[in-house]
Write a protein that binds this ligand. Structure first.
Ligand code: FE2
Length: 403
């Protein structure tokens, strides 16, 4: 991704001697993508970044999936996954539950109140959407503040942890989109050198990386690593390892480069509208290998005098479409049982569109007060254990007019 950033202390010339105030050498780490051939950053550690003293198996949560077969649209009620105060003992890493997934992406959900372990995902980038609540995300690059509506984008293998803010007696609700690849702004939004173009619905000023380095001390610090693997205990080619580091991994006095975590708030997405219905690509926010992320924000809607503001029925024949309903009142799903915290899955091989009563009800509307995050995948999605546990079985039949 992204434009060059520089935080803290870095030497004037890369790959040269760099010492702290006591004259000790700092340890330079290049963190880069695509085999030294894409975006990278150089980090300057106080301790040796590879110094581990132990490595054990980390038993991952249930990542098994089963196919959407017999094929049907699905409605999942993610808020049903939390009862009472059980969020208080849950953290954003060990307790995220798999809702659906395929070989390119996994979507998980957690309402968390507990500080997570130190963690890094070596499978791919994570894009964690904050449905509600807030948190501090400590990373090896520095600290991020996560608030409602933020996408927290964390590059592959970035060590971090989630610290929920629970002062208001509420959890932080996180919708975690884990890629097996990199997640970035769509290429068509960018110039050939990577600058956001004028037609893009957001730009560099809307992306918020850490402001300053985060330097901590400590010995024997445990980091959970999710990584590729096979054999006993592997789930869909994914395994976990619990590594213990000799010194604290958050010991970076400075870094620079184009690879780093950042937040982007959905309220900074400027909707693109038209006289007649605009297709989902105008709502796109990110892309990754074999899936895209779009958001449907509060916006003025179609202003042709005969416009039908809700979507036409569509067979998007190459995609499975997952909508996560975050806020407002989603116009095209009126009468379906869908509400805040719901997910709809509309699979390839099946035409979908508004509930019939929603079409007439939308005519003449000038504004939709709705917020939803959509993931469109190019390979079929399967249901995880949390998907099965939260399903509303009546949804598939909600278009038919039978009682
Ligand atoms: Fe759709």
């Amino acid at each position: 991704m992204a434009h060059y950033q520089r935080l803290g202390d870095v030497p004037p010339k890369r790959h040269t001697q760099f010492r702290n105030e006591r004259g000790s050498l700092l340890y330079e780490e290049l963190m880069g993508e695509e085999g030294f051939s894409s975006d990278a950053s150089l980090l300057y550690h106080r301790g040796v970044p590879s110094a581990i003293v132990d490595s054990q198996v980390w038993e991952l949560p249930d990542l098994m999936t089963h196919p959407n077969h017999p094929l049907k649209p699905r409605h999942l009620k993610l808020h049903d996954l939390t009862t009472g105060q059980d969020w208080k003992s849950r953290d954003a890493v060990n307790d995220r539950r798999l809702v659906m997934g395929n070989g390119d992406v996994r979507i998980s959900y957690v309402a968390a109140g507990e500080v997570s372990p130190y963690y890094r995902n070596a499978i791919g980038d994570e894009c964690v959407f904050v449905e509600s609540g807030s948190a501090t995300v400590e990373t090896v690059f520095g600290q991020l503040k996560a608030k409602p509506g933020d996408y927290v984008v964390i590059p592959r293998a970035s060590t971090h942890r989630w610290i929920p803010h629970t002062d208001a007696g509420q959890p932080v609700r996180l919708y975690a989109i884990e890629a097996n690849s990199h997640i970035s702004p769509p290429k068509r939004y960018l110039s050939r050198f990577g600058q956001f173009l004028e037609h893009a619905p957001y730009c560099e000023r809307d992306l918020h990386p850490p402001h300053e380095p985060l330097v901590q001390t400590g010995d024997d610090v445990e980091v959970l690593v999710k990584h590729r693997g096979s054999g006993p205990g592997a789930q869909a080619g994914i395994v976990g390892t619990r590594m213990t580091y000799s010194t604290h991994p958050f010991d970076v006095v400075g870094w620079d480069g184009c690879l780093y975590p950042y937040t982007f708030n959905v309220s900074d997405f400027e909707p693109i509208t038209g006289r007649i219905h605009q297709p989902p690509p105008v709502h796109q926010v990110f892309e990754a290998a074999n899936f895209v992320v779009c958001n449907f924000c509060p916006r003025k809607v179609d202003y042709h005098p005969l416009a039908v503001p809700v979507p036409y029925y569509h067979s998007n024949v190459d995609s499975d479409e997952v909508m996560f309903y975050v806020a407002g009142d989603y116009e095209s799903r009126k009468g379906s049982g869908i509400g805040i915290g719901s997910i709809s899955l509309h699979p390839g091989g099946y035409a979908h569109g508004p509930q019939p009563s929603a079409i007439e009800a939308s005519l003449g509307k000038e504004y939709f007060d709705e917020l939803a995050v959509m993931v469109d995948t190019f390979r079929p999605l399967e249901l995880g254990e949390a998907g099965t546990a939260s399903e509303d079985e009546a949804y598939a039949w909600s278009w038919a007019t039978r009682p």
